[in-house]
Ligand binder design. Sequence first.
Ligand code: PLP
Length: 362
Amino acid sequence: MPLPRKNIEKLIPYQPGKPIGELRRQLKIRKIIKLASNENPLGPSPKSKQAIKKALSEINRYPEGSCFYLRRGLSRKLKLKPDMLVFGNGSDELIDIIIKTFVEEGENIVTADITFLEYQIIARTLGREVIEVGLRNFRYDLKSMLRVINRKTKVIFIANPNNPTGTYVTARELNEFIKKVPRRVLVVLDEAYDIFVDAADFPRSMNYLKARGNVIILKTFSKAFGLAGLRIGYAIGPERLISYMERVRPPFNVNLLAQVASAAALEDKDYIKKTRQSIIEGRKYICSQLVKLGLAFLPSVANFILIDVARDGKELYKEMLKYGLIVRDMQQYGLSNFIRVTVGSRTENRKFIRVLSQILIK
Ligand SMILES: Cc1ncc(COP(=O)(O)O)c(C=O)c1O
């Protein structure tokens, strides 16, 4: 039997939120609510759906590798040169491309211990070392991260806001940090959830693009833009760094429907505004109810909330499944008394609180 590379056997695969179809097959109930993967509860933008319908008759053709129209639309919107953008099959793929492009064998990446797991899974898959720095009060500890940077450090990943905590690093903290990171080290700011932030001291990451030439920003269409199922994200960075990533990017990595749907979603200001309002309102509602239930949780600026359920989170997760509700247990992070819940629609949020209260009083 052929053996995999040495590091592959030790890998723990990424565990995604349970798909609705899977639970439906298991429970044989129709109405299932998924609050496990931070998706947009409003459905896709009508403009995306229209664009997909129009493009359906063209799917016998390969997509444009350069994402021409999307690139043009996005560069105009962001007021950036088109060559400062590179697109990926989800931002997941861009994390992979970044590590393949910049991290040599024997070099390492630095990130937090409780953060988006793909940074470390992809680095380890590629046989690269990972230095994990503990959170401080559930927030990225940038000072400690500076201290662990060594000669072999090549990339630092910062999820801002962080998943699964929903906390963020402030503009002031990030300014201080970026000033002190050596220029030969790439700082990746993963802003998958930035649209949901309503904090005045959240960093304006675009300001870092020019300043030192070692910052790349990651964005996704999976969350606020409602296109998780199509898989598309992008990176913004200095042209030179982006051009290196373009050499590594597979030729047709972003499919044709994802390209037209995301270009259309970008233009749907009403949809984005509605999404943002709905999440901010839902977040407030869930938090106020958690206070009433006497549960501790982390103040979140994202579209999910990390809750200390003061009991085994995995058991609670399983119990919720019986009610047709999918949340996320946090065992893979070693947070055994926590669950993470995505902010859903108004009805979904109410159902979540109802089920949670019922289970807690049992
Ligand atoms: C912080 C963060 N970055 C990146 C991603 C990946 O998003 P996608 O690959 O769907 O663009 C996620 C998804 O959950 C995330 O939480």
